[in-house]
Design a protein around this ligand. Structure first.
Ligand SMILES: *[C@@H]1O[C@H](CO)[C@@H](O)[C@H](O)[C@H]1NC(C)=O
Ligand SMILES: *[C@@H]1O[C@H](CO)[C@@H](O)[C@H](O)[C@H]1NC(C)=O
Ligand SMILES: *[C@@H]1O[C@H](CO)[C@@H](O)[C@H](O)[C@H]1NC(C)=O
Ligand SMILES: *[C@@H]1O[C@H](CO)[C@@H](O)[C@H](O)[C@H]1NC(C)=O
Ligand SMILES: *[C@@H]1O[C@H](CO)[C@@H](O)[C@H](O)[C@H]1NC(C)=O
Length: 470
């Protein structure tokens, strides 16, 4: 089995220092007032007379905490009096405090301004003896100042428990979920035509540890309806094996939820009459996971520690997914489900794969992504394969190399934004790069966090720290 090195496993928290802005002047900085631990103690040099004159500082503090949770990856500072020069670069917005916090405006002496910024250098001039709130700390400055974000506090993304950071009131269709296509078709489990039938290099437990939360299981055979398969190829193992993997993972990581699609995929025989009741007895026996089998999609909090059934077989349980065949864009009759599954684009005239047609279908889905907390589940398959004639050369891994790379480029262009991309189901999500960066990025897009690259690693920016001066 291929050894997986989770991107983040061994990476400690780190503080990435960037070089100081060359034009920054050094100005006197008084000691920070450690508001958290010592709200009443003035540090040396602190002008408590000036501070006492400031009105309703708690109100500004309230606003700060609201903003910090609303903009977890931005720098937020609040100043009073209007600076002559306001930040212009990377400014998300500026707002008079009183519009959010009426407690302040009652004192007409002070006009407080709030700045929410992502990064950059910000100059305020002609501010005398002001108080600043930086990340919950109060500072006083005596003169013109330039804010330079010299550090970004970043923390490693823990892909094993990334859903712990997601707002549990969101529907499971309401944020991005990285998934795999034909999740159990690990190349090493395909005994015949492994390169053609294999769509994954990693086991289900490894996929889980690396952040994958949507699984696409195909089952069926003459002897055992729950035998895993991929189209015409039988795979080693059964659905029970995978369900036990789910159970083990969720028992140790109860913040997470798994979305599991089950498809009857055996052409040799129709779905047996007792297919769903066989599944149901596994769902209920306590050894194969705790299943959520209502026909409507739950909120994350109602699904943590559980497996949400997505049904692609004839039956009554779970959320039904009407996956039209080889479709570039299909919405079901209820409007609750939309899918891109152009798995076999026709080949180009020279017999080579038509990457552009596939990518256009993927990209169209990305560009028309749903709003946060959408009740429509979107499922975007990045996978494809050519199965005819000379084009049999173009196996799932060949397609994944190309389409995953294009996906990664797309993600890079919107790195600092968040988007609900729905489920993005991939073959070989550990390529390119073999570091799962790709899946992680998708995962974090749903959580309203910003990603940065630090020394070749992807990190989650927890909070931009605007510190003092170079
Ligand atoms: C990630 O979370 C898992 C499960 O809680 C834990 O075992 C692991 O040590 C964490 N890794 C890091 C880098 O924090
Ligand atoms: C400020 O408070 C934090 C935690 O509340 C504490 O860890 C830190 O040591 C304090 N810093 C100073 C300078 O008192
Ligand atoms: C403290 O602030 C008050 C009011 O702004 C000012 O009059 C006084 O000179 C300041 N004291 C020092 C030591 O800066
Ligand atoms: C502060 O800024 C004002 C306005 O730009 C400028 O006239 C003044 O010289 C600056 N003071 C210092 C010490 O840089
Ligand atoms: C998401 O939608 C659900 C169902 O409509 C609602 O109860 C929940 O409050 C919403 N959550 C957010 C963060 O909007």
């Amino acid at each position: 089995m291929k050894a997986i090195h989770p991107l983040i496993a061994a990476v400690p928290l780190l503080l990435a220092r960037t070089s100081a802005h060359p034009h920054t002047q050094r100005f006197p900085l008084l000691q920070p007032r450690n508001d958290t631990t010592n709200p009443n103690l003035d540090p040396p040099g602190w002008n408590s007379t000036a501070l006492a004159a400031l009105p309703k500082i708690e109100s500004a503090h309230t606003q700060l905490s609201v903003l910090k949770s609303a903009y977890p990856s931005h720098g937020i500072f609040i100043v009073h009096n209007t600076p002559y020069t306001v930040p212009t670069s990377n400014l998300l917005f500026t707002q008079k405090v009183h519009s959010l916090d009426p407690g302040i405006i009652w004192d007409s002496t002070y006009l407080w301004n709030t700045y929410v910024v992502s990064s950059g250098t910000f100059t305020f001039s002609t501010i005398y003896n002001q108080d600043f709130l930086l990340g919950g700390r109060y500072y006083q400055y005596q003169d013109n100042i330039t804010f330079v974000p010299v550090a970004k506090q970043t923390t490693a993304i823990n892909t094993t428990t990334w859903m712990a950071n997601i707002d549990g009131s969101l529907l499971v269709s309401g944020f991005t979920i990285p998934g795999t296509h034909d999740s159990a078709a690990q190349t090493s489990r395909v005994s015949w035509l492994p390169e053609l039938g294999g769509t994954q290099s990693s086991s289900i437990p490894d996929q889980l540890l690396n952040g994958i939360r949507f699984f696409d299981l195909r089952v069926g055979s003459a002897s055992d309806p729950l035998k895993l398969r991929h189209g015409m190829l039988e795979l080693e193992g059964t659905a029970q094996d995978v369900f036990r993997n789910f159970q083990d993972f969720l028992t140790s990581h109860p913040s997470e939820t798994i979305l599991c699609s089950i498809k009857w995929d055996f052409d040799g025989a129709g779905q047996p009459a007792d297919f769903e009741s066989r599944l149901e007895s596994l769902f209920n026996d306590g050894n194969h996971g705790n299943w959520y089998t209502s026909p409507t999609l739950p909120k994350l909090d109602d699904a943590r520690g559980k497996i949400v059934l997505l049904r692609r077989y004839g039956g009554n349980l779970g959320f039904y997914m009407d996956v039209a065949n080889n479709t570039p864009d299909h919405t079901d009759s209820t409007g609750q489900f939309r899918v891109q599954d152009l798995y076999s684009p026709s080949t180009l005239s020279d017999g080579t794969p038509d990457y552009n047609t596939k990518w256009n279908a993927v990209n169209h889905f990305l560009e028309t992504h749903r709003p946060s907390n959408s009740s429509q589940l979107n499922l975007n398959f990045l996978s494809a394969v050519n199965i005819e004639g000379v084009t049999m050369l173009y196996k799932p891994g060949v397609w994944a190399n190309e389409i995953n790379a294009r996906m990664q480029t797309w993600l890079d262009t919107i790195e600092s934004q968040t988007a609900n991309l729905g489920i993005v189901a991939m073959d070989f999500p550990d390529v390119p790069g073999g570091d799962w960066e790709f899946a992680i990025k998708e995962a974090m897009m749903g959580s309203g966090q910003t990603l940065v690259h630090v020394a070749g690693q992807v990190k989650l920016t927890e909070r931009l720290i605007l510190t003092n001066f170079a």
